[in-house]
Ligand binder design. Sequence first.
Ligand code: PMP
Ligand code: GLN
Length: 405
Amino acid sequence: MPAAAESCLLAAKRWSRYAARVNPIYEQMKTSVFERMSSLAAEHRAVNLGQGFPDFGWPDEILEAAARAVKEGSNQYPPSRGLPALRDAVASHYNRHFGQQLTAQEVCVTSGATEALGAAILATVEPGDEVIILTPAYDSYAPMIRRAGGTPVEVALQPPEWRIDGQALERAVTPKTRAILFNSPHNPTGRLFDSGELQIVARVAREHDLIVITDEVWEHIVLDGRSFTPLATLPDMAERTIKIGSAGKIFSLTGWKVGWMVAAPNLAPVVARAHQFLTFSTAPNLQAAVAFGLDEGDSWLEPMRGRFQHSRDLMTRSLRDAGYAVLDASATYFLCVDLNVSGIGADDEIFATEAVRRAGIAVVPLSAFAERDPPRHLVRLCFGKKDATIEAGVAAMGKARELLA
Ligand code: PMP
Ligand code: GLN
């Protein structure tokens, strides 16, 4: 057992006689796979292709805007729903890029998309409600739905295509269904759902009068010349959609944790009230810099996509040369490797734990993203990295293959 885990266990034993009653949801919850793999990567000095964060690509201009805002702007509480300049900038950004007609009234700034997800779920789900998620699903969804008193209902996407099966989605709806939590482009598969699939989700939501929480944080990281359509732009969807975005993804600044919810005037005040007692507000200087980035940075987006596409191609080619079966990925900065087809018998958890310990490479096992019958033969790698990091990571994957095939 690693030294850190052992000392945690000892501490837990020493304190167990003071057994205070706590919420079992948190007591039984595992540490997030991203935290777990990043701490193993640090412990073993491994190349970290697990947790998704780029090691290049953030625009200098936005860092300078943040520094200016720290020195010259306000460092006191901003308005709970966000700086007016940022709320305006988010609305104008979507109006320009996706032809929407939003106003600042529909925007609520949050501390990252993670908080937005929590607030959107708390604002819509009541005890007894069911919420449909498409698995593999981002790891905060199910615990937050449960914390709100709801039940996550998994609809499994099947590899390697990960297509939405309209009949399976329809079958998952019951009289208790309140919402669908829909993530496109999709993490961890790297899939951008097509217009037919968006129409399926919209039709099911309309026919059963459901809210859709659309996690669209990867909206600008779409590759191969594809284009992204927000679900809220489909007919009659705006009034039932809470859209979630993140500056962390748009500007490759994941540690900033500036995100937002966009919801129609019937929903916006409600989600804002859920946000006000989670964090109340978000660092004003970072908000000011993100507002600057959204207003000034349209020309940064295309080069960013080109650069991620280069990284995706480099990693795919090099992994295939090293004997790995790589699934197609056309959005986000993640791709998946099929261990079985690559001739590796170990399941994803064993592969991930052994690879970080013995080969010096951290990846993410896909079984962390579903509870019911999860795939156990796939691992996710982050390709949002410099060439040198990709080369070091793929060399370590080669070593892992020698050890585990
Ligand atoms: N949703 C999805 C699908 C994500 O991939 C991420 C981060 N990778 C988040 C939410 C969280 O975003 P943030 O860092 O802005 O909280
Ligand atoms: N969303 C990032 C990923 O998919 C990680 C976010 C986190 O660590 N909470 O890797």
